[in-house]
Design a protein around this ligand. Structure first.
Ligand SMILES: [Zn+2]
Length: 107
């Protein structure tokens, strides 16, 4: 059994986003994600934007039971859409997300 919760919070001090590694500024809204799975628990903070990319609301906890796997899936999804633009709607990936992750200006 596993479960997860996502809570929107306002940063009282600067945090580091687990997905992109950039700072979450004091006063900025962020997503606090907690996953418990078979005796292990993971807690992490994400930019709202990065949470969108990771789509943590939609994840199935058994499938995405580890942080690294969740992030790998998100990166794979964006990378795939970068090379297959016609799949953007299917995966819900935007040009903004692609340019954010890859540091490119979308055409
Ligand atoms: Zn981030």
């Amino acid at each position: 059994m596993s479960f997860s919760t996502v809570t929107t919070r306002t940063a009282r001090k600067e945090h580091k986003c687990e997905f992109c590694g950039k700072p979450i500024a004091k006063g900025e809204s962020y997503q606090s994600v907690f996953i418990a799975n078979e005796g292990s628990a993971y807690s992490y903070k994400l930019h709202m934007f990065c949470d969108d990319i990771c789509n943590t609301e939609a994840r199935e906890a058994d499938e995405y039971s580890t942080l690294d796997f969740l992030f790998d899936c998100a990166r794979d999804r964006v990378t795939y859409v970068k090379d297959n633009a016609d799949m953007a709607d299917y995966y819900g990936v935007t040009e903004e997300q692609i340019s954010f992750l890859f540091g490119e200006v979308a055409a």
